[in-house]
Each structure stands twice: as structure tokens, then as C-alpha cells.
Design a protein around this ligand. Structure first.
Ligand code: HEM
Length: 549
């Protein structure tokens, strides 16, 4: 028998359960609708964003802009990623960063636009306040970051100095000393001990020592036997790395970090302090030395940049401040410390894959030295190349230029628009726009270099066996216009001298399966260095080419 109380209680709970079930269903349905709505919205946004790819080169997402594509591009070779986009967009595209960032910019690899910004409308495209603000702590008012009169004054003085006979003598003598008393012994030692070496690291040490001799007139000794860690060199490297990080960090964040002395900003502050202490010490010592020279009327004068700028006055007739002298030297070290060494690293890597080019370089070198008396007598090893011999090495210069075309030491560079402008290709530029010129991409564009643009082919630089240079707006590795690299001639001399001295004596073989890819930095380093094994060149190889001449 059914108890009515039970019945009523049964139906009450049943009702409650049914009610719960219905409200749960409603609740669920509501959520399903919301989820469906979100999915539909997402699909709509995704389709809309992806459709923008056709027009803008990359999908444009709400709020994030093109950031997701940039992040995925950063995972692989960022420069190849950028190359594909500019090629698809006929040379120029507008990168839309997230709405909360300062990443919006125009990216171009069109030589007409490059000429417009580097030469025709040069005053309208300075480095700009964003760049200066980001690098100020390390570079101060030095040539690399300055614009207008501050830049012009340094450029003029340094340019006169770079073209003076005394300076040329300093650069050639210091390089000769470094190559013959440091580089070649280090390489020879690696053969004796059957060592694998990181050629990029060794070349970086060489050019750091060299540029410090040119800028400060002091030798830090990075390439001394045992390859010691030099605190100043380490501090300089840390300071540049931390400064580069600022470019990919929102400005307000790194400024807060700097204020509270946190993370990378703490590292930057400490390393700049060490760089400054080194610079202060050199400046103080040099001042003493110069005053002693003046007292003793000594005739032997130094010709490094620091000494030259110490002898000059500013526009008010006062000697330059110690801070300004420090800025000048630090900027030159930055400009010349790693550009030639990374170029040489890519060059040796390309040679490893193109033995025919190496043969032709060797043939050229042997042809040039075969006129020497000691070579005629069979003394090959003692050859020290003379400046006039280096000058004659056209094929080597062509090979280095083609390496720089494919792997420019400065893969991308940047400017800021002062007044509204229009590029020759029709791109509209608003005041304050950042412009990135993609130098790496330019070397890989069929429209600029022809169908074989991705091949390493020194012959493209030769006419009747002589090296012919290209327009700076087509081959932009050394920049162009009024801000053309000041060290270009010296860099070629340096690279040719080092390459010839090594190739004449050694085979350079890259270690099997050594991964080679560019690192994301201001300069195009090899991310994992360049691990190589050297072996001495057989005399018969030299003989072969000497006999034919
Ligand atoms: C393969 C070697 C080199 C390459 C590819 C190279 C490339 C460049 C590039 C692209 C710039 C323009 C940078 C910019 O304005 O953002 C530049 C500027 C400069 N380079 Fe070089 N460089 C090399 C070697 C050197 C060396 C060895 C020195 C000095 C010892 C040097 C001194 C300078 C200076 C002083 C500037 C600034 C010029 C100015 O703003 O007026 N460079 N270089």
C-alpha cells in the first residue's frame, strides 16, 4: 500500500528533481548557445583576419594585429620569414603590431624606397627619438645614435681621420700584428693539437682587439693565447645584448625595470658601469700621456680616434668632455667590433659549400705573390701580404661581397619619418612611422639580383676580371647616402687580409652536422658559432698555381 505521506513526499522530490533537470538543461542550453556564439565569432574573426592576409601579407587579428605571425616567424629563421612576406607584397608591407605596442612599421626592400630614405629625402628619415631613447644609456650622443649637428660634427671629423695616411698606417699595422702574432698561431695550435675551434669566436676576438686599437689606442688582448675572457669585452657584449632586448620590450616596461633596477636592466646598468670605468681609465691615462708628450715635446704621436678627438674643440672652442669622448669611442667599437667577423664567418661557411670558389681565390692569391723573390725561392709560409697585393685581389673582394649580399652583417636597419611622405612605390608614410629596410631580403630578390639570386656567385661582381661595385641602394650591406658605413674601405681591407692569410695556408672544413642559422641580434651572428677543423695546405697546391703564372 502506498503511504500518502510517502506519495506526497515522492511527488515533491520528483518535482524538485524535474525542476532541477529543466533548469540545468536551460542553464546548459544557454551555455551551449554562448559557446556556439563564441565559436561563430571566432570563426568569423579568423576568416576575416585570414582574408586580410591577401591584402596585407599576414593575418591581422583584433587587438593583437600581426603579432601571432611575428611570434611564429621568430621561432624559425626570422629573416627568411620576412623575405617571403616582402617578396609576396612586391617589396613593401605594413606591419600592424598589437594596439598596446609600438611595433607598427613599414617594412621595405624596394631599392627605389631605399634610395629615397637614405639619400633623396635623407633629412626626413633620421634614426629618430625612439632609437635614441632606447640606446642612449650605452651609446650616449655617439655617431651611431646621433642625428643632425651632433652626428654631422662627428661624421666630418671621423671621416677626415679615416682617410688620413696616418690612420691607414695605424689600421694596417695593427691588423698585420694581430693576424701574424695572434690569429695564425692560434690556428696553427689547433692543428697541432687536433682541436675543433669556433672560428666565429676567434674572428670576433680578432676584430674586437683591432677596433679597440683603432678607437682607444689600446689592445684588450682577447686573442691572446688561451683565449682569455676579458672583462671589458664581456661587459661590452652584455651591454649590447641587454640594449637589444629593449627593442622587443614595451618601452614602459623596460623603463619601470630600469627604475627599480631589475632583470636585464640591472645587467645593463652593471655592464655599462664596467664599460665606463674602462673608458674613464683610458681617457685619464691618455690625457696624462699627452700632457707629458707636450712637456717633453715628443714627436711620436698616436693616431687613434680618442687622441684625435682629444686634440679638437667643440663649437664653443672648449675641449670635448670626457663623456663625449667616451661616447665617440664606444660607438666606433660597436660599429667595428663584430660586423667584419660575422661577415667572414658566413664567407668561410659559404666557401666550405663552394670549393670551386675557394680554388679560384687560391689561384688569384698565388698569382699575385708569385712575383715575390721569397716565393720564387720556395719560401711560401713566410708571406705577409702587402697592402698593394691585397688591393689586387678582385676575385676575393667579389666573393666577400657576394657573401655580404646573402648574409649582410646588419640584416635589417631602421629609420623614423619626420614629416608625412610618400615612397616612390606609392606607400604613404605618416609622421612618426618607423621604417624597417630589410637588407637581408634584398639579397634574395629575383627582381634585384636575377633568377640565380640565392646562389653564391662571386662572378656577378666581375667585369673582365675586375671587381665592379654596385649601387648602395641595391647592395645595402654598408648602408648608403650620407650615412654610408665609415669603415667600409677598412672593413674590406681587414676581411681580405684575414681571408687571404687563412686560405693561403689552411683548408677550413666545417664540422659535419654543425647547425648553422642566424641569431636574432643587431648583427647577424651565427647562433651556434662556426665549428671548424683546420688542416695545413699542401705546398703542391700552391705550386700548382704558381707554375701556371
Ligand atoms: C663587413 C663589415 C661592415 C659592415 C657590413 C658595416 C655596415 C654598416 C652599416 C649597415 C652601417 C649603418 C648603420 C646604421 O646607420 O644604422 C654602418 C655604419 C657605420 N660603420 Fe660600418 N660596417 C662594417 C664595418 C665597419 C668597421 C670595421 C668600422 C670601423 C672601424 C665601421 C664603422 C662604421 C661607422 C662609424 C658607422 C656610422 C656611420 C654614420 O652613422 O655616419 N664599420 N656600417
Amino acid at each position: 500500500m502506498i503511504n500518502p505521506t510517502n506519495l506526497s513526499s515522492f511527488s515533491a522530490s520528483d518535482e524538485l528533481a524535474t525542476g532541477n533537470f529543466v533548469s540545468r538543461r536551460l542553464f546548459f542550453l544557454k551555455h551551449i548557445q554562448i559557446i556556439e556564439l563564441f565559436i561563430a565569432l571566432f570563426v568569423f574573426i579568423a576568416i576575416h583576419s585570414l582574408r586580410q592576409k591577401k591584402h596585407h601579407g599576414l593575418p591581422v587579428w583584433p587587438v593583437l594585429g600581426m603579432l601571432p605571425s611575428l611570434v611564429s616567424g621568430l621561432r624559425d629563421n626570422m629573416y627568411d620569414w620576412m623575405t617571403d612576406i616582402v617578396i609576396n607584397q612586391n617589396g613593401t608591407f605594413l606591419f600592424k603590431g598589437p594596439s598596446f605596442s609600438s611595433l607598427n612599421c613599414v617594412v621595405t626592400s624596394d631599392p627605389r624606397n631605399i634610395e629615397h630614405l637614405l639619400k633623396t629625402k635623407f633629412p626626413n628619415f633620421p634614426k629618430g627619438p625612439f632609437f635614441r631613447d632606447t640606446v642612449r644609456d650605452l651609446l650616449g650622443n655617439g655617431i651611431f645614435s646621433a642625428d643632425d649637428e651632433t652626428w654631422q660634427r662627428q661624421r666630418k671629423t671621423a671621416s677626415i681621420e679615416f682617410h688620413s695616411a696616418k690612420f691607414r698606417q695605424l689600421t694596417t699595422e695593427s691588423l698585420l700584428e694581430l693576424v701574424h702574432s695572434r690569429l695564425l698561431p692560434v690556428l696553427e695550435n689547433s692543428i697541432k693539437q687536433s682541436l675543433t675551434i669556433d672560428l666565429q669566436d676567434i674572428l670576433l676576438r680578432l676584430t674586437f682587439d683591432n677596433v679597440c686599437m683603432i678607437a682607444f689606442g689600446v689592445d684588450p688582448g682577447c686573442l691572446r693565447p688561451g683565449l682569455p675572457e676579458i672583462p671589458f669585452a664581456k661587459a661590452f657584449e652584455d651591454a649590447t645584448e641587454a640594449t637589444v632586448l629593449r627593442f622587443v620590450t614595451p618601452t614602459c616596461i623596460w623603463k619601470i625595470m630600469r627604475y627599480f633596477n631589475l632583470g636585464m636592466e640591472k645587467k645593463l646598468k652593471n655592464s655599462i658601469k664596467e664599460v665606463d670605468e674602462f673608458a674613464d681609465d683610458v681617457i685619464r691615462t691618455r690625457k696624462k700621456e699627452l700632457s707629458l708628450q707636450f712637456d717633453n715635446n715628443m714627436s711620436k704621436k698616436r693616431s687613434d680616434l680618442l687622441t684625435v678627438f682629444m686634440g679638437l674643440k667643440d663649437e664653443d672652442g672648449h675641449p670635448f668632455s670626457d663623456r663625449f669622448l667616451r661616447d665617440i669611442c664606444v660607438n666606433f667599437i660597436l660599429a667595428g667590433r663584430d660586423t667584419s667577423s660575422v661577415a667572414l664567418s658566413w664567407f668561410f661557411w659559404l666557401l666550405h659549400h663552394n670549393p670551386m670558389v675557394e680554388e679560384r681565390i687560391l689561384e688569384e692569391i698565388c698569382g699575385i705573390v708569385s712575383e715575390r723573390e721569397e716565393v720564387k725561392k720556395g719560401e711560401y709560409q713566410s708571406v705577409i701580404f702587402r697592402p698593394e697585393e691585397i688591393k689586387k685581389m678582385d676575385y676575393l673582394q667579389a666573393a666577400l661581397s657576394d657573401a655580404l649580399r646573402l648574409y649582410p652583417s646588419v640584416p635589417v636597419d631602421h629609420k623614423e619619418v619626420v614629416e608625412d611622405d610618400i615612397f616612390p612605390d606609392g606607400t604613404i608614410l605618416k609622421k612618426g612611422t618607423k621604417v624597417i629596410y630589410a637588407i637581408y631580403a634584398m639579397g634574395r630578390m629575383e627582381g634585384i639580383w636575377g633568377k640565380d639570386c640565392r646562389e653564391f656567385k662571386p662572378e656577378r661582381w666581375l667585369r673582365d676580371g675586375r671587381f665592379i661595385s654596385e649601387s648602395a641602394y641595391k647592395f645595402t650591406a654598408f648602408n648608403g647616402g650620407p650615412r654610408l658605413c665609415l669603415g667600409k674601405d677598412f672593413a674590406y681591407y681587414q676581411m681580405k687580409f684575414v681571408a687571404a692569410s687563412v686560405i693561403y695556408r689552411y683548408h677550413v672544413k666545417v664540422v659535419e652536422n654543425h647547425p648553422v642559422e642566424p641569431k636574432l641580434a643587431l648583427t647577424m651572428y651565427m647562433k651556434h658559432g662556426l665549428k671548424v677543423i683546420l688542416s695545413g695546405r699542401d705546398e703542391s697546391e700552391i705550386q700548382k698555381y704558381l707554375k701556371t703564372n
